[in-house]
Write a protein that binds this ligand. Structure first.
Ligand SMILES: Cc1cc2nc3c(=O)[nH]c(=O)nc-3n(C[C@H](O)[C@H](O)[C@H](O)COP(=O)(O)O)c2cc1C
Ligand code: SF4
Length: 593
């Protein structure tokens, strides 16, 4: 299948063409690369470097059934590793290698955004959730029988919304076109003012004021402007955008159209993470439905010149592409490398055009504010953080799922609501966020206090917090884009040192190294991934020092490399064994977290 066959060859669609080729051929062959190179006038080496960047793209074939187990810590806590081993055993396949007959590959991938119904896996891009031993057995049988996916039990592929608490956003639905009619009746300036009065801040994590972003883009001098919906949702433990795209897509798209009408954009993109590819058809249908209803396309609601079209671009398994400048690179068909800022996307974004990038939840909220007014929103929340926030709650609680809370709600209230049993920690805002211990459960979800893009993972008192640390350390080493040294080298060093600690081979000196590297990454990395990648380390050093201390090989200093031993051959050759021929290591201070 080729989603782009009617579109003249565009180099910015390179990533989309590659995704289509892989979908068709199971990998991207040298011939396909050569053909694309000729058609798009892009050097083959550049195309190869794009393929190498995205973990879902391959130049060698995967199995006919390509299975990727979600490897987030919450999946692991629910037993995903044992289930993967079971499947590998039943299918007689080694993790990561296609089986000799080419039937199947089994591997892991970063969080698939199904933490409320994990353990989960992707099979040929379709998620299967609620895995257990029985389901794995059935999957193995279906694969051995070569049963096409369409004939697999439908309940395997059911994805539930799991909304357990709804507030204004999820209960006050707007009618199709309400926000756009308000725009046409009251004018762009009034609507922009309304979004500003509502004090709406971006829901993607950074909390930038939405009206300010839109105004800056509107003021940028250009013939064309762009609106991008950031649906990359790769932060481990976050899945609220998945639910909005599945059940509230009309309002998200209307929010994009509203933004386009206000800033004067004629083109928009939904950048949909590859893991959510199963939502592609329903989103395409929703776009078409809105075009037919004159809510999208040319002359929207019969307003001459109000033209706005949206394309959906798929991601391909790169967490960094959620960072807005990397996302814009990816949209242009490049490797998703974060760019230097300024210039910010509002003045120089997609293909150099002024671009608004907003999170899915931000766009839906803007749509509702346009219809219901700013007071509707500011009546909820705190002085600095208006409105409500969607949380994706997972981990050790009885009712994982989506919860909408007024900003300012305390962590302890949320823990009671979701049925957390004996929590010792909450990881908010994903792997890049904060690790709160019980002393901090009085803190409030708000931009000025415990700020989160939506992830809320609960760890009960029986969990070893080092499991989480190791999972996140591996995650960042894998997801670092490699552009800058502090993050590229630092994330790998930390991952290796944490592994050493995990297997009880580390010393106090290794802990000191971990801390030193974590601080270098925080202060010297090029983008938000590197500056936040060690948050979990530094927080757990402070809040859970025992998790580290009990894994140490020795609480005394032991050098990882015995320098004195290394020069013993030189001593033998020179026939020396006096004091000066020995290297004496100075005593080190013990690690004090
Ligand atoms: C490593 C990294 C990953 C990010 N991932 C996402 C994401 O998946 N979704 C998102 O909306 N914002 C993500 N962001 C934040 C975006 O860069 C950007 O601030 C956001 O899309 C702006 O939208 P908002 O103003 O509506 O929040 C990420 C940032 C970083 C540094
Ligand atoms: S901090 Fe990490 S992800 Fe960001 S540019 Fe540097 S290497 Fe890439």
């Amino acid at each position: 299948m080729n989603r782009w066959r009617d579109i003249p060859q565009r180099s910015d669609l390179l990533l989309q063409y590659l995704i289509d080729i892989q979908q068709r051929d199971s990998c991207i062959s040298t011939e396909s690369i050569q053909k694309l190179s000729t058609e798009l006038a892009i050097p083959a080496a550049q195309i190869k470097s794009v393929i190498e960047f995205y973990s879902f793209l391959h130049t060698t074939p995967r199995g006919h059934f390509n299975i990727l187990f979600s490897d987030n810590i919450t999946d692991q806590m629910a037993g995903s590793r044992a289930l993967m081993r079971q499947l590998c055993q039943q299918l007689n396949v080694r993790q990561g290698d296609p089986r000799a007959d080419g039937r199947v590959t089994v591997d892991t991938t970063s969080c698939t955004g199904m933490c409320d119904q994990g353990p989960a896996l992707l099979i040929n891009n379709f998620p299967i959730t609620r895995l257990d031993s029985k389901r794995i057995e059935l999957i193995a049988q279906l694969i051995e029988q070569d049963t096409p996916l369409e004939q697999w039990p439908a309940e395997f592929f059911e994805i539930n919304d799991n909304v357990h608490r709804a507030d204004i956003l999820l209960t006050h639905n707007t009618e199709d076109g309400d926000a756009l009619r308000a725009l046409l009746e009251e004018g762009a300036e009034t609507l922009l003012q309304r979004i500003g009065d509502a004090e709406l801040r971006g829901r993607g994590g950074a909390g930038f004021k939405t009206a300010t972003k839109w105004r800056l883009c509107k003021q940028a001098d250009a013939a064309q402007r762009i609106v991008v919906c950031n649906a990359d949702e790769g932060e481990p433990g976050t899945f609220k955008d998945r639910v909005l795209l599945q059940s509230y897509a009309a309002q998200v798209i209307e929010g994009m159209t509203l933004c386009a009408g206000i800033i004067g954009a004629s083109k928009g993109f939904i950048y949909l993470r590859g893991e959510y590819r199963y939502l592609l058809d329903s989103l395409e249908k929703e776009l078409q439905r809105r075009r037919d209803a004159k809510l999208l396309g040319n002359n929207i609601l019969d307003q001459q010149g109000f033209n706005f079209n949206i394309e959906i671009h798929l991601g391909a398994g790169a967490y960094i592409c959620g960072e807005e400048s990397a996302l814009l690179e990816s949209l242009a068909g490049h490797r998703g490398i974060p760019q230097k800022r300024p210039p910010f996307p509002v003045t120089r974004g997609y293909l150099g055009l002024p671009t608004v990038v907003n999170n899915v939840e931000t766009l839906m909220t803007a749509c509702q504010i346009a219809s219901h007014g700013s007071d509707w929103f500011t009546d909820k929340g705190t002085r600095q953080s208006a409105g409500t926030k969607l949380l994706s709650i997972s981990g050790d609680c009885q009712q994982p799922g989506i919860y909408e809370y007024p900003m300012g709600t305390s962590v302890s209230d949320i823990l009671i609501d979701c049925g957390a049993d004996g929590p010792q920690a909450v990881q908010i805002a994903g792997a890049a966020g904060q690790t709160l211990c019980h002393r901090e459960f009085k803190r409030k979800i708000a931009i000025e206090d415990a700020s989160t893009g939506g992830s809320f993972m609960v760890f009960n008192r029986h969990r070893d917090m080092l499991d989480m640390v190791q999972n996140f350390a591996h995650f960042f080493a894998h997801e670092s884009c490699g552009f800058c040294t502090p993050c590229r080298v630092g994330s790998t060093l930390i991952s290796n040192l944490v592994d050493k600690l995990y297997t009880s081979h580390a010393t106090q000196n290794d802990l000191r190294d971990i801390e030193r590297i974590a601080l270098v990454m925080r202060h010297a990395s090029h983008c938000g991934l590197g500056t936040t990648a060690s948050n979990h380390i530094l927080d757990t050093f402070n809040n859970f020092p025992d998790a580290y201390q009990r894994r140490l090989r020795s609480t005394e200093y032991t050098p990882a490399f015995d320098l004195d031993l290394a020069v013993c051959e030189a001593r033998a050759i020179t026939g020396r064994d006096d004091d000066d021929a020995h290297i004496v290591c100075p005593p080190q201070e013990g690690f004090k977290p």
